[in-house]
Design a protein around this ligand. Structure first.
Ligand code: PA5
Length: 460
C-alpha cells in the first residue's frame, strides 16, 4: 500500500462522532465521490501525462547541458510555489537542503516581493549562473510579474544580450492565455504548460512542480507513479473502504460539530513544508463565502501546520486543554531512511536511563503516539496518514491523496473547491492600488475607503 489512513481516533461517543453517524452520512459521501469521478478533473490525471513529464525532463536536460546553472530560481507564489518548496525539502538530505542532488543546481523559490529578500538575493547570486523558472498559471499575478522584471534586468545585465538572457528563462504558464503566454510568444521564451483544468494548488504534479524537481535531480517518474497507484486504488475502493472519502467525510462531520480548525501535524523533519502546501490546498479550496447555489454560507476549515515533536513544546498545551474545536491529522513515516541509535555513554545516569539501548526512530514514534493518546484521553478527534517512507513515490501518493480528499470535502460542503474569488479580490485591489490601466477609478475608491475609516494607531 502506498498510504494508509488510520481513522480510529476520529470516533467515539456522540459528543465526539460515532461510527454510526459516519455510516449514516456515507451514502451522501458516496454520491459526492461519484460526482468527482464523473467530473474526471485534469489534475487527477496528471500522473498519466507522460508528455508533460517528458517535456520537463527534456527542458531540464537542455538547461543543464547548455548552461550548467549553479542556481535554479523559481519565481511564483501560492500554488505556483508551495508544491516546489515542499517537494524539495521532503526529498533533500539535511546538508543539501536546497540542492538535493550533488551536481544539480541549488534551488531557490522566491515567493515574496519583500525588497530586503529579493534585493539581497539578486545582489548575491550572479545572473549568468542562474536559470529562472517563472511560474504563473494566470499570467496576471503582480508579485510574479514584478519578480520577473527584476530577474530579467539582473540576468540581462549579466549576460549582455536579450538572446543570452532569454536562454536563462523558462516560463511555466497557461498554454493559450494570459500575459506571460503573450510575452513568451512575442519574445521567444521557452515555455512549459500548466494544463487547462489544473489550478495552482492542484498543480504540483504538473510542470509547475515537475520541472523544478527535474532540475533538482529528483525522481519525477516515481513521484507520478506514487500518485498514479494511489489514484487507481482510490478509484477501485468501495466507498466504505476509500480513505480519501473517509478523511473528507469525517472532517466535514467534525466541522458540523464545531471543529473547524484542522491541524496537520507532520512527524518528519523533511516533511515540515508539506504542512504549508496542505494549508493552502485545504484552506483556499474549502474556505468560501457562497455555496454552489450562490447562497452566502461563509464556510471553511482553518488549516494549521504543526511539526512534531517540535511543536509539542509550543502548541500541545492548547490542543489538549484548550477549546474542543479542532481535528488533528498526524503524518507518520513508518521507516526513516536511517536508524540512529542513542549512544551508550553515561549509562549509569538516571537522567538517561530511559534512553539506554533505544533509537531516535523509537523516540520519534513514542512522541507521536504519546501525543495521539493524550488527545484521545482529552476526547479530541485525531487521525493518522501513514507513509512507508519519505521518498518520491510516497510523496506523490500523499499529494494525490490530499488533493482528492480536498475535492471530496468541497463536494460535501457544497462549495466549489477549484475557485478562489477571495484571492482574486486581493489581486484586483493590489493592481488597482498600483495604478493598473483601466483600474484607476477602483484605485481612487479604495484609497477613499481607507481614508474614511477612523484611524487607530498606537506607537511606543
Ligand atoms: O491555488 C491557486 O490558484 C493560487 O494560489 C495561485 O497559485 C496563486 O494565486 C498564483 O497564481 P498564478 O499561478 O496564476 O500566478
Amino acid at each position: 500500500m502506498s498510504l494508509t489512513l488510520d481513522g480510529t481516533g476520529l470516533f467515539g461517543d456522540a459528543a465526539l462522532l460515532t461510527r454510526a453517524d459516519f455510516m449514516l452520512a456515507l451514502p451522501r459521501a458516496a454520491q459526492a465521490r461519484d460526482r468527482l469521478l464523473q467530473m474526471e478533473p485534469a489534475w487527477r490525471r496528471l500522473h498519466a501525462r507522460a508528455d508533460l513529464l517528458e517535456a520537463c525532463l527534456r527542458r531540464a536536460e537542455e538547461v543543464r547541458a547548455s548552461q550548467a546553472p549553479e542556481f535554479f530560481v523559481v519565481l511564483g507564489i501560492g500554488g505556483s510555489a508551495l508544491g516546489n518548496t515542499a517537494t524539495i525539502a521532503a526529498l533533500a538530505p539535511v546538508l543539501q537542503e536546497w540542492r538535493p542532488t550533488a551536481g544539480a543546481p541549488r534551488v531557490f523559490v522566491l515567493d515574496n516581493v519583500d525588497p530586503d529578500w529579493l534585493g539581497e538575493f539578486f545582489e548575491a547570486v550572479p545572473g549568468d549562473r542562474m536559470h529562472v523558472n517563472v511560474i504563473s498559471k494566470s499570467g496576471g499575478t503582480i508579485e510574479t510579474s514584478a519578480q520577473f522584471l527584476l530577474a530579467w534586468d539582473h540576468v540581462r545585465r549579466a549576460t549582455g544580450s536579450d538572446a543570452a538572457a532569454r536562454e536563462r528563462f523558462t516560463i511555466t504558464t497557461d498554454p493559450s492565455g494570459g500575459h506571460f503566454r503573450a510575452l513568451a510568444d512575442a519574445q521567444g521564451f521557452t515555455t512549459l504548460p500548466v494544463p487547462p483544468g489544473v489550478g495552482g494548488r492542484f498543480s504540483v504534479l504538473s510542470p509547475v512542480g515537475l520541472f523544478t524537481a527535474a532540475m533538482a535531480g529528483l525522481d519525477c517518474a516515481s513521484l507520478l507513479e506514487g500518485a498514479g497507484k494511489t489514484d487507481a486504488r482510490l478509484r477501485a475502493a468501495t466507498p466504505d473502504q476509500d480513505p480519501a472519502l473517509a478523511y473528507a467525510l469525517a472532517h466535514v462531520l467534525h466541522m458540523e460539530r464545531g471543529r473547524r480548525n484542522h491541524v496537520h501535524f507532520v512527524y518528519s523533519h523533511r516533511a515540515r513544508l508539506l504542512g504549508d502546501w496542505y494549508q493552502q490546498l485545504w484552506g483556499e479550496s474549502l474556505g468560501k463565502k457562497r455555496d454552489l447555489q450562490g447562497r452566502v454560507v461563509h464556510v471553511g476549515p482553518t488549516p494549521i501546520a504543526a511539526i512534531g515533536p517540535t511543536d509539542q513544546h509550543s502548541q500541545i498545551q492548547l490542543y489538549v486543554e484548550g477549546p474542543d474545536d479542532k481535528v488533528y491529522t498526524f503524518l507518520a513515516v513508518d521507516r526513516f531512511a536511517r536508524e540512529v541509535a542513542v549512544p551508550p555513554p553515561f549509562a549509569d545516569s538516571p537522567a538517561f536511563a530511559t534512553l539506554r539501548g533505544r533509537s531516535f526512530g523509537e523516540l520519534m514514534r513514542a512522541e507521536r503516539e504519546g501525543t495521539e493518546i493524550a488527545l484521545a484521553q482529552a476526547g479530541r478527534p485525531w487521525c493518522r496518514i501513514e507513509l512507508c517512507r519519505m521518498d518520491a513515490f510516497h510523496l506523490g501518493a500523499y499529494f494525490l491523496f490530499c488533493e482528492v480528499a480536498t475535492a471530496l470535502a468541497g463536494e460535501l460542503l457544497g462549495v466549489d473547491p477549484f475557485d478562489q474569488p477571495g484571492v482574486e479580490a486581493g489581486k484586483i485591489n493590489a493592481l488597482a492600488l498600483m495604478g493598473a490601466a483601466g483600474q484607476e477609478s477602483l484605485g481612487v475608491a479604495l484609497r477613499a475607503e481607507q481614508a474614511a475609516r477612523a484611524a487607530w494607531r498606537l506607537s511606543c
